[in-house]
Design a protein around this ligand. Structure first.
Ligand SMILES: [Zn+2]
Length: 54
């Protein structure tokens, strides 16, 4: 299960995305980050964030 917690990355934000499919988590967080925080992460960067969390 891949999970991305926005708060873990320093945002005062309750957004959490969780899915068995890492690709879906990356797409969902990428959209959220850009829409809500105006920050565009590359898919590679997000993949690294998720993998580092284990
Ligand atoms: Zn957020």
């Amino acid at each position: 299960m891949a999970k991305f917690v926005c708060r873990d990355y320093g945002f005062d934000c309750d957004f959490i995305v969780e899915d068995e499919d890492i690709a879906k988590v990356i797409v969902a967080y990428s959209k959220h980050s850009l829409d809500e925080h105006g920050i565009e992460y590359s898919k590679e960067a997000l993949m690294q964030f998720i993998l580092r969390k284990g």
